[in-house]
Design a protein around this ligand. Structure first.
Ligand code: NI
Length: 176
């Protein structure tokens, strides 16, 4: 399929609320999923939401596997969540560094729920229901934010912990 252009912050489509997917197994959704995967891999994302390629539908995918943008992250197999939702498990929150293909070259520290129960449909239209923690939980929360028109920058509370990757690397020796 195709590597698609990534919409950047400032594009109004990134601030829209995405629509539910009615027929997860349609040919249209198969093509969107393949384009999301091709685009995520090309730009070395660990996750991508359909609105980032201009598709206002509630679809996210994620995968962590030797990613140069997150070299220390534990591998996570490719996961598709169509019409994803999550509920919080426990009250614990953790700070962690995030980036976003729609906000290139910037990283910031964002507070997220440590553990969530995520539900949705996979690429075969089958239900997914899993409890996830730490980085996987963070990715799902970040990508679900995209479906509701929210970018991670708006969740940063301490802007001394946000900046350009090259500057942060110089100052802190790491970005995640
Ligand atoms: Ni993002």
């Amino acid at each position: 399929m195709s590597v698609m252009p990534i919409l950047k912050m400032g594009n109004p489509k990134l601030f829209a609320t995405a629509e539910n997917v009615i027929n997860p197994q349609s040919e249209e959704i198969k093509i969107i999923l393949q384009n999301m995967l091709d685009t995520m891999q090309y730009f070395h994302g660990v996750g991508i939401a359909a609105p980032q390629i201009g598709i206002s539908k509630r679809i996210i995918i994620y995968s962590v596997n030797n990613n140069p943008r997150y070299p220390e992250a534990t591998p996570i197999p490719l996961t598709v969540l169509i019409n994803p939702e999550f509920v919080v498990v426990g009250e614990d929150k953790i700070l962690g560094w995030e980036g976003c293909l729609s906000v290139p070259n910037l990283r910031g520290e964002v507070e997220r729920y440590h553990t969530i129960r995520a539900t949705g449909l996979n690429e075969h239209g089958q239900p997914v229901d899993k409890i996830v923690s730490a980085f996987e939980s963070r990715i799902i929360q970040h990508e679900c934010d995209h479906l509701n028109g929210t970018l991670f920058l708006t969740r940063i509370s301490d802007f001394s912990r946000c900046g350009f990757e090259d500057e942060l690397n110089l100052q802190q020796g790491q970005t995640n």
